[in-house]
Design a protein around this ligand. Structure first.
Ligand SMILES: CC(C)(COP(=O)(O)OP(=O)(O)OC[C@H]1O[C@@H](n2cnc3c(N)ncnc32)[C@H](O)[C@@H]1OP(=O)(O)O)[C@@H](O)C(=O)NCCC(=O)NCCS
Length: 168
């Protein structure tokens, strides 16, 4: 079985992250945007396999006493193995360690898979932004979701994370 590891995104991995983003996101960031975010010191984590191939990534940033989960993607070949959950759990743990009150994100209302993941992790809908995204089908609504950290009990499924991941 392939071992998958979560690690900080090194500068050299940014192009691969942007390439995967092009593949999985309806509203992809450019590599320049990822570079800007990286220079800002945002929290970026990648899941890589033993050959160094990128399986997934997450980008989050602190804003005052909240964290914002900005990007999340898992390569199609690696889906339904708990990687999305693992990456979101990492953001929640980091935000909790930094004493944030909540984690916010925006998701296309039509993205039912991502919504199910976020709901399973303790996020709830805070607001709807009509016509917020310019997607392939024209303008699409966005949902703003929040995970209130003091209340969330769903950070990890037991046994999903290695000790090394927990320490990150
Ligand atoms: C959303 C995404 C990150 C999920 O990644 P993943 O690694 O497959 O997710 P996980 O295996 O951790 O699944 C976690 C939970 O999400 C839900 N889920 C994930 N894929 C699902 C699917 N195809 N159908 C229904 N529910 C699904 C389930 O609740 C699942 O829990 P379960 O496996 O215990 O039932 C991935 O599908 C993806 O990259 N999508 C395209 C990019 C995207 O939408 N990003 C989010 C933008 S806000």
């Amino acid at each position: 079985m392939t071992t998958l590891r979560v690690r900080p995104v090194a500068q050299a991995l940014l192009e691969a992250v942007a390439a995967l983003e092009q593949q999985v996101s309806v509203t992809p960031w450019s590599v320049e945007l990822f570079r800007d975010e990286w220079r800002l010191g945002s929290w970026m984590r990648a899941v890589v396999d033993e050959q160094g191939r990128l399986a997934g990534y997450v980008v989050a940033r602190r804003q005052f006493d909240e964290w914002h989960l900005l990007k999340l993607g898992v390569a199609p070949a690696f889906r339904r193995q708990g990687l999305g959950r693992r990456l979101v759990a990492g953001v929640l743990r980091k935000a909790r360690r930094e004493q944030a009150r909540s984690v916010l994100l925006e998701v296309r209302a039509a993205n039912h898979v991502a919504r199910m993941l976020y709901e399973a992790m303790g996020f709830e809908i805070l607001a709807m932004r009509r016509g917020y995204y310019r997607g392939r089908q024209g303008l699409e609504d966005a949902l703003v979701m929040v995970c209130r950290l003091a209340e969330s009990l769903h950070l990890d499924k037991p046994g999903e994370l290695s000790e090394a991941d927990r320490l990150r």
